[in-house]
Each structure stands twice: as C-alpha cells, then as structure tokens.
Design a protein around this ligand. Structure first.
Ligand code: NAD
Ligand code: UD1
Length: 342
C-alpha cells in the first residue's frame, strides 16, 4: 500500500509544487487548506500535472475539531506543514493575526499528530531565522538572531515547539527546512505563485512589470556594501525546493540520522544580487525590464546565502535547476496567469 502524506497549505505556492513531487515519488497526498491565500485552481493544476484525483479538504488548521476529523478520516504517518500566513510587512501591522494563525495551526497539528500516533512532521521554516548573519554562507550552526518581524518570530517559535515536543515524544521525528528565497514555477506553467495585490517580493514584481501590469520595478538600494551595490539572496527554484521535502520525508520514514529533530538549509549556495536577477530575467526571456533605483527598503538585510552542504550530504538532495530555467519558468507562469485573466 502507498504511504500517504498530509500536506497542510497544499493549495499554496510551495505546497502545490511539493504535492506534485510527492506524487511523482510514489506517495499519496491529502491536501488540507482553508484557501485564505490560495485558489482551488492550484489543486486542479496539481491534478492535471499528475493525472491523479488528489483528495482536497477545505479545513482551517486553527479549527481543532475540523482538523481532528481529517485525522479520523485519513491514514497518514507524515505531515508537511505549509499552512501559515507569510507576509513580513503585514505581520508587523497585524502581529496577532500571525501569532494566532501560525502558532495555533501548528500547535493543533503537533498535538493531533501526537494523539493519533502519527510520527513524522516536516515544517516550513525560513532563513529569516538567521537575521543579518555575521558570516556567509550560513550553515545550520550559524546562530539564530532575534527575529525582526512577528512572522520571523513565529518561525523561530514553531521550530522550538517542534524541537521540544519531539524531545518529549519518543516515537516522533521532525525536520525543519529553512528555505532561502523560493522563486519560479512548475515547467508545465499549470501552478506557480499567486501574489495578492501589489507583489512585495522581487520576482513577482519583475514578471508583472514585464507583463505591463506594473509600470516600473523599484530596486531598493544600490549603495549596499556588495559588488554591484544591491542586496544578495539565495534564490531557490520552487521545484528543487519541493524535491527537498521528498528527500527529507524519506529520511524520517527510514529513520536515518541519529537525531529525531533536525534542521536543514534549503538553498543553492549561490548568492545573486537584485541587479543580477533582473538582468538574468531579461536575458532568459529576451525582454527588457523598466526599473529605477529607489531608496533602501526598511528592514532589508544586505546579504544572505546558504551553505547547503548538510542537505546535499545527508538528504542526498541538490538544487538542480539553473537560474535561467527558473527565470524562464517564472515568465511562462506569468503569461499563463495573464491568459487566464483574459
Ligand atoms: P502560500 O500562502 O502560497 O501557502 C500557504 C497556504 O496555507 C495557502 O494556501 C493558505 O491558504 C494556507 N493557509 C494559511 N493558513 C491556514 C490555516 N490556518 N489552515 C489551513 N490553511 C491555511 O505560501 P508559500 O509561499 O507556499 O509558503 C508555504 C510555507 O513556507 C509557509 O509556512 C511560509 O511561511 C513558508 N516559507 C515561505 C517562503 C517564501 O518565500 N514563499 C520562504 C520561507 C518560508
Ligand atoms: C522576505 C522575507 C523572508 C520571506 C520572503 C518571502 C525579510 C527580511 N525577509 O525575503 O522572511 O521568507 O520575503 O516572503 O523580510 N526587492 C526590490 N524591489 C522589489 C522587491 C524586492 O529591490 O520590488 C529587493 C529587496 O530589497 C531584497 C530582494 O529584492 O533585497 C529580495 O526581496 P524579497 O523577494 O522581498 O525577499 P526577502 O526580503 O529576501
């Protein structure tokens, strides 16, 4: 019989790509999502790519009773928890929304996993837990810095909740994957990122500028202490990121590793500046982006990129897609969205 995996937040950007890769790897998937930041079309996209009728449950993970019924209905040993609110700026304005949603949903998940003896939890964490690192690239040993936003704080708190719960529940295993900057879309252009309103993140702003939805991209600062003056990030293709979840899941199911709670960086190991990303996008898609240099954005860190060697070695996972492929897929997805609108 196939192994089933619960994917909370599976209608979202990273969750939908992960659902595809799980099915490609031979797992069955149950998607649970309250659609607060997503659309059923993503689930349809996953079904079309995989040719499978994937069960979808519209459930709010904060609603413990509704969430519990899902545990009663489905047999799974593992859960991947993507369900969370994720906008850094909004979390500063509405901290209680973030603490309520991200903590309650996660506490419910961990408690239900314990009560129903479902042993494996994979948690979506973020490189935001490192803050502005003193040294590059960051390894899993790089100290976490005090969070600079309520969103970041929920990631640190959930990591700690998972670590402490696993220490107290001998049958449980958990992995926190610290994502760097996920970008791109599935090569089929059937699923991708769905930014609501004006995009806050760089690449969706770039693709919308290329599509004529936005007039001009603002590059936030060109006077940083970096080679071209713009900030540096580690942009990880969302399909590569999705595959890291499959690798981490195998590790838990096979009980590899001596620790029952582990943390892995998921990045490429390559630092790319804002200008390099914009130029790369232009080249990959043979387009010109209208941009201007704007003042620095408050709260931005100068540079961060991953040392992914632990994940490379222990999970047998590597980022494989080239930046060019990723930037091409992002543009294909934008074109698909534009066609859908018309
Ligand atoms: P997303 O918003 O596209 O996906 C999250 C999904 O969770 C959405 O479909 C949303 O409707 C759902 N959801 C939210 N609260 C819920 C609840 N209480 N019950 C049920 N469903 C709920 O975001 P994403 O980019 O796919 O991010 C997935 C996870 O990865 C999040 O935990 C996010 O914090 C984390 N993460 C994202 C990034 C990034 O840059 N995208 C970086 C680091 C970490
Ligand atoms: C931010 C969050 C991170 C979160 C991620 C995805 C912080 C410190 N980090 O990452 O926790 O996981 O979003 O939601 O808030 N930029 C422009 N013009 C734009 C948009 C962005 O120049 O219109 C620049 C930014 O200044 C930054 C880089 O592009 O240097 C990447 O920005 P963004 O995509 O927002 O990601 P982060 O800020 O790295």
């Amino acid at each position: 019989m196939k192994e089933t995996v619960l994917v909370t937040g599976g209608a979202g950007y990273i969750g939908s790509h992960t659902a595809v890769e799980l099915i490609n790897a031979g797992f069955d998937v149950v998607i649970a999502d309250n659609l607060s930041n997503s659309d059923l079309q993503a689930v349809e996209g996953v079904r079309r790519i995989t040719g499978r009728e994937i069960p979808f449950e519209q459930v709010d993970c904060c609603d413990r009773e509704a969430f519990k019924r899902l545990f009663e209905r489905y047999e799974f040993r593992s859960a991947i928890h993507f369900a969370a609110s994720k906008a850094v700026g909004e979390s500063v304005e509405q901290p209680l929304k973030y603490y309520r949603n991200n903590l309650t949903s996660f506490l419910n998940l961990v408690e239900l996993m314990r009560d129903f003896h479902r042993p494996n939890i994979l948690f979506s964490s973020s490189c935001t837990v490192y803050g502005e690192p003193d040294k590059q690239p960051v390894t899993e040993q790089t100290p976490r810095k005090p969070a600079t936003s309520p969103y970041g704080n929920t990631k640190q708190m959930c990591e700690d909740i998972l670590r402490d719960s696993i220490a107290a529940i001998p049958e449980m295993r958990g992995i926190a994957l610290r994502y760097f900057n996920p970008i791109g879309a599935h090569p089929s252009a059937l699923i991708g990122e769905l930014p609501r309103g004006v995009p806050q993140n760089l690449l969706p702003y770039v693709t919308q500028t290329a599509a004529g939805i936005r007039e001009c991209l603002s590059i936030f600062g060109d006077d940083y202490p970096t080679p071209d003056g713009t900030c540096i990030r580690d942009y990880i293709d969302v399909v590569d990121l999705a595959r890291a979840h499959v690798a981490a899941l195998h590790r838990m199911l096979e009980k590899r590793g001596t620790e029952r709670y582990e943390v892995f960086n998921v990045g490429t190991g390559r630092g790319v500046s804002v200008l390099e990303l914009v130029k790369g996008f232009e080249k990959a898609n043979n387009l010109k982006i209208n941009y201007r240099i704007a003042p620095r954005r408050a709260g931005d860190i100068v540079a961060i990129w991953a040392d992914p060697s632990l994940a490379n070695r222990e999970l047998g996972w590597h980022a494989e897609r080239t930046l060019e492929e990723t930037l091409h897929a992002a543009w294909e997805w934008q074109c698909h969205l534009d066609r859908r609108e018309k």
